[in-house]
Design a protein around this ligand. Structure first.
Ligand code: FEO
Length: 173
């Protein structure tokens, strides 16, 4: 069954939001690389890959259900940050915004009894729990670290180990 014009438009909005997320996290990666905090930089470079994967997951679904891609303008993200805590505060707020957009899409799909879209979106509900939790956990750590440079470098080292795993180990579509 082909998706409705409403769902098609919302999935396209979601593709744009995921691509905008990639832009935002690229700006954050750059901020950290410039500050010689390469572990944090690595964390956000991996996050850019995650967001592009999310966008492509919507892209493939859109085509599977007879939809049409309608790319929109992506505004330049913020690229001036006060400190690492500020970065993660913005990242957490951004992920909360993405979660709301996914819930809105699910709500629209259920109103239309579009169970194909609903089932597809279940993966994103779980993913958003992880994404928010990830940003929140690092923000809390940074709050505890405060001005302790040694602890900041320790966390930087920890974040340098993050690597990209498409869809948490699932095969890339
Ligand atoms: Fe694709 Fe971070 O939400």
């Amino acid at each position: 069954m082909k998706i409705s014009a409403t769902i098609q438009s919302l999935i396209n909005e979601q593709i744009n939001l995921e691509l905008a997320s990639a832009h935002l996290y690229m700006a954050m990666a750059s901020y950290f690389l410039e500050a010689e905090l390469r572990g944090f930089g690595n964390f956000f470079i991996v996050q850019v890959q995650e967001e592009n994967y999310h966008a492509m997951k919507h892209f493939h679904f859109l085509h599977e259900v007879g939809g049409r891609l309608q790319l929109r303008t992506i505004e330049a993200p913020i690229d001036k940050f006060e400190n690492p805590r500020h970065v993660f505060q913005i990242a957490l707020e951004h992920e909360e915004k993405v979660t709301k957009a996914i819930y809105h899409l699910i709500d629209a799909a259920l109103q239309e009894k579009d169970f194909a879209t609903y089932t597809f979106l279940e993966w994103f509900v779980k993913e958003q729990i992880e994404e928010e939790n990830l940003m929140r956990t690092i923000l809390r750590k940074l709050e505890m670290i405060g001005d302790n440079t040694s602890a900041l470098f320790f966390l930087n080292e920890e974040l340098s180990k993050r690597s990209y795993e498409p869809s948490n180990g699932e095969k890339e579509e």
